[in-house]
Design a protein around this ligand. Structure first.
Ligand SMILES: [Zn+2]
Length: 64
């Protein structure tokens, strides 16, 4: 899976730790369990249409 998004509204590039912090659904993660990072991503990554741009606050307007 990709780990990079570009906002179509403002052109903001989100990647790396910021990408992870915005795309991981905290409610899908249990601190009682350990998952390798790749497994965690597959389990709890939000759909693009639920991710908000941290710059312009548009939600779900991303290109890859
Ligand atoms: Zn934006």
């Amino acid at each position: 899976m990709q780990n990079y998004l570009r906002c179509k509204s403002c052109g903001y590039d989100m990647y790396g730790p910021e990408y992870l912090s915005n795309t991981i659904d905290p409610f899908a993660y249990s601190s009682d369990s350990y998952y390798p990072p790749t497994a965690l991503l597959n389990l709890s990554t939000k759909p693009d249409n639920q991710i908000e741009c941290p710059y312009c606050h548009t939600t779900g307007n991303w290109s890859h």
